[in-house]
Every structure is written in structure tokens, then in C-alpha cells.
Design a protein around this ligand. Structure first.
Ligand code: GLU
Length: 452
């Protein structure tokens, strides 16, 4: 049987790390098993679903490179399908219309609260045959009494719960929209889903979904409920722990592969290996290596994973991602090779390369004023010396630099500090020999002339 999995986000807010990790696990599982990934948009919560959130899901998944084989399929476009299945269940006596008003339900809930009891819908309409006209209704599932509801979770083994613990839950709301549990099971059936990989927070929903599968005599998919991601203090992951939306990590200069790599490792392992290429993950990913206990998010490690990938990224790809153009005389290959080695993220690389983007660099006034008259004189002398030497390789650059220091009895920083400011407009930039190598003799001389 060919594998079919789905990623089923609700478009009710920003795409967060936990949700994206679920997408990644489904994606890797489908690739590893040569299966299909379906993108299903669970937008049946009319109040909370937004188009902006839908667009954000699509653009973030595309940016990450998580491509799907079918979809996006919106549940709001499939109301007639849920309606058809609800009618089928009603006709088979497995579901029923409930005309209890919201006020009536609220009163029952209050009563239960006063009596310190857990509210259970008292099955008012379960066995009635009349159909009041012009009265709103919901459709409820007729939960069987005292039946063992069983399913297999790949990480937790066989799970069994007695149906007496489950209410006659609503499957269609009064506006004709399905509830999550109903739409999810109908779609899993209709879309031929073989494996459901989702967050552990849905474990409590699964028995209701299994009841629907059983009522419709359909095969139950294999469930995998993956552990939650927690903050370092073992509480629910939030912004406080540095966990923001994918969009904000993108804005901060994280690479898609760093996000995929880090999130995959958060809850899955392959020995002690930390850094993976995407193709490697597609090849290695297995459910068996998922971890049952919660994963702990560590922003420092996330940054480290990102900087490791930055160092590995080919220059041809890096320059595209940076979306910048360097002035023609600059040695682009050298610039990227040197700078990526020292940068933790894409934004840092972009900042560090600012001095290569224009001929006339802007130097902040205070910084420029920090270069003294004497230093300017040293720089002018250096400029003549350097022009004559015209070094070609980084070794030759070092040699002529040191020769100049010896000749004038100067310490390294007496030349390097003002030279760096004049050449880059910044105090912190790559090493001085690297700057000289990137810019080439001609630009170095031009910049010194301009300011000294
Ligand atoms: N829409 C649900 C969510 O975003 C998906 C649950 C599921 O995968 O079944 O949490």
C-alpha cells in the first residue's frame, strides 16, 4: 500500500515551530517512503480562520522547501462531503439531530458545575424521532455504550479507552460546518490517509476519530503522536524561550535547512549526528527514531546549527539568497568564503558585506573622527608602499603589511585599526588581511585617498 500522509494546519495565526515540525516529519516520512503528502487547510473555525494566516502557511512552507503533492485543500470547500457523511450516519442510526438550544445546554452546564460534576450531554435527543421544523440543530455522534475504542500509536503501542468516557459529541455545528474531529476523520478516509503524524496534544481527540472510522467501517490509519516541544524550564514553548514564528526566524537570517535540521533533531535522532543535509534526512528519517519524551528547545543550539549550515552553503547559492550585488572589482568568491566562515546568519553576512556594495562607503562621523591626523599620515604612507608592492595573494598581503610595520616601527593595531575603518566603515569586520584580499589593491588605494 502506498503511503499517504497529510499536514493539516488551522489557518488561525502565525506558523509556529511545533506546527512546522509536524509538517517536516510528515514531509520526511513521505519522502523516505516514496509516498504522497497532502496539504489540508483545516479552516472550519469560521471566527478564527483568516486568509492572511493561510497565505503565511503557503509562503512559509514554500520558503522552507517543504513541497506537497496534493492541495492545498480547504475544508471549507468540502462542506457537502461532511454533510453527506453526517446524513449517512443519521440514516444508519449512528448519529442524530439534537435540537437542544444553546441556552438549554448552558443551563445544564451550570447545573453540573453547581453539583460539582463533570458536564455530560444527557443525550436528550438521542432516541427522539420527532423533527421540529424551523428549529436549529446540531448533529451528534451516537457514542456506543461500554465499548473498547482501540488504536495503535507507533510510539506508545496499543491504546484503548472505554467509550463510556466519551460524550455524544457534535459532528456538525448548527451552521452546517463540521467539528474538527469529524472533518479530520472524514478527510483522512476520503484522502486515503495511511499514517497520521501529529502533535501529542491531539492524542485525546483520537478515540472520537476512531469511533467515526469504526462507524463508517473504514480502516484506521496508523497514528504517531509526537512529543511536545518545551522551553528549557520545561514549560510550554513560547516567545519567552526565543521560539517565535517561522517568519521571524526567516527575518533573522536563518536558512531553511537550518530550521528543518534543528526541528527534526528536536524529537528525532540518528546517533549523535547533529548536522544533516536535506537529502540525508529524507533518506534517514524513520518513525522508530522519534523520541517519546518531550523535546527541549534551545535557541543557542538552533543558532549553532544555523551557523554550521551557513559555512557549508555553496557561494553560488549564498549570493542568490543574499540578494545583493557587489561592486565589480571586488573578489566575490573570496568575499563570500571569508565572511560566511565568521557569520552566524544571513543578516550578519549581509551586514559584513556592506563595504563591498558601493565604491564610496559611508563612514559614520564619530568613527571617521576617531582616526587621528597621525594615523591618516600612516595610512597615506601605507597606500604608496602597498601600491608599489601590489600583492596578489593573501600571503603576499601579510608580508607587505608586516614589512611596512617593521619599516615604520609600528604595532599591528596602529595600522590595522584606522585601515579597517577607512576600508569598511566599521570597527568590526573580517580580519584586515581578508579585507585587503577581498578589495584588491586598486580599491584599497582609492579608499585611503578618499579619506586621508
Ligand atoms: N488542524 C489541526 C491542528 O492544527 C491538525 C490536527 C491533525 O493533524 O489532525 O492542530
Amino acid at each position: 500500500m502506498s503511503i499517504r500522509v497529510r499536514f493539516a494546519p488551522s489557518p488561525t495565526g502565525s506558523l509556529h515551530l511545533g506546527v512546522v515540525r509536524t509538517a517536516i516529519f510528515n514531509y520526511l516520512f513521505s519522502k523516505k517512503n516514496k509516498g504522497k503528502l497532502i496539504l489540508r487547510i483545516e479552516d472550519t473555525d469560521k471566527e478564527r480562520s483568516t486568509n492572511d494566516s493561510f497565505n503565511e502557511i503557503i509562503s512559509n512552507l514554500s520558503w522552507l522547501g517543504i513541497d506537497w503533492d496534493e492541495g492545498p485543500i480547504k475544508q471549507s470547500d468540502r462542506l457537502d462531503i461532511y454533510d453527506k457523511f453526517a446524513s449517512l450516519l443519521i440514516s444508519e442510526g449512528k448519529a442524530y439531530r439534537c435540537y437542544a438550544s444553546q441556552d438549554e445546554i448552558n443551563l445544564l452546564k451550570e447545573k453540573a458545575k453547581l453539583e460539582n460534576k463533570i458536564y455530560r450531554y444527557p443525550r436528550i435527543w438521542r432516541d427522539k424521532t420527532e423533527r421540529p421544523s424551523n428549529q436549529e440543530y446540531v448533529v451528534r455522534f451516537k457514542t456506543p455504550d461500554n465499548e473498547e475504542v482501540e488504536f495503535k500509536d507507533s510510539l506508545r503501542g496499543k491504546i484503548s479507552i472505554n467509550s463510556s468516557n466519551i460524550d455524544d459529541f457534535i459532528i456538525l455545528k448548527s451552521d452546517g460546518f463540521p467539528t474538527y474531529n469529524f472533518a479530520s476523520s472524514i478527510d483522512d478516509i476520503e484522502m486515503g490517509i495511511t499514517n497520521v503524524i501529529r502533535g501529542e496534544d491531539h492524542l485525546s481527540n483520537t478515540p472520537k476519530q476512531v469511533l467515526i472510522f469504526n462507524a463508517l467501517k473504514k480502516n484506521i490509519p496508523e497514528f504517531t503522536h509526537v512529543s511536545m516541544i518545551l522551553g528549557k524550564d520545561k514549560t510550554k514553548l513560547s516567545k519567552r524561550h526565543g521560539a517565535e514564528s517561522i517568519q521571524s526566524f526567516k527575518d533573522k537570517g536563518f536558512l531553511p535547512i537550518s530550521i528543518i535540521n534543528y526541528l527534526t533533531r528536536l524529537g528525532w535522532s540518528h546517533g549523535d549526528q547533529e548536522i544533516f543535509a536535506l537529502d540525508e534526512l529524507k533518506e534517514l528519517f524513520t518513525i522508530d527514531n522519534l523520541n517519546k519524551s518531550p523535546a527541549v528547545f534551545d535557541i543557542e543550539k538552533f543558532k549553532w546549527v544555523n551557523s554550521s549550515h551557513i559555512k557549508n552553503i555553496p557561494n553560488s547559492e549564498l549570493i542568490k539568497r543574499l540578494d545583493i550585488s557587489l561592486i565589480p572589482d571586488v573578489d566575490v568568491e573570496k568575499a563570500l568564503t571569508y565572511i560566511k566562515e565568521k557569520s552566524g546568519d544571513i543578516n550578519q553576512i549581509r551586514d559584513s558585506l556592506k563595504f563591498c556594495e558601493t565604491h564610496k562607503i559611508l563612514i559614520n562621523e564619530d568613527l571617521l573622527n576617531s582616526v587621528t591626523k597621525d594615523q591618516k599620515e600612516i595610512l597615506s604612507n601605507f597606500s604608496n608602499f602597498y601600491n608599489n608592492a601590489s600583492p596578489k595573494t593573501v600571503e603576499q598581503i601579510k608580508d607587505s603589511f608586516n614589512e611596512f610595520l617593521n619599516l615604520h616601527n609600528l604595532k599591528m593595531k596602529e595600522l590595522a585599526f584606522p585601515l579597517r575603518i577607512i576600508l569598511t566603515g566599521s570597527k568590526k569586520s573580517p580580519g584586515i588581511f581578508e579585507i585587503l584580499d577581498i578589495l584588491g589593491v586598486k580599491i584599497v588605494i582609492e579608499r585611503i585617498k578618499e579619506y586621508c
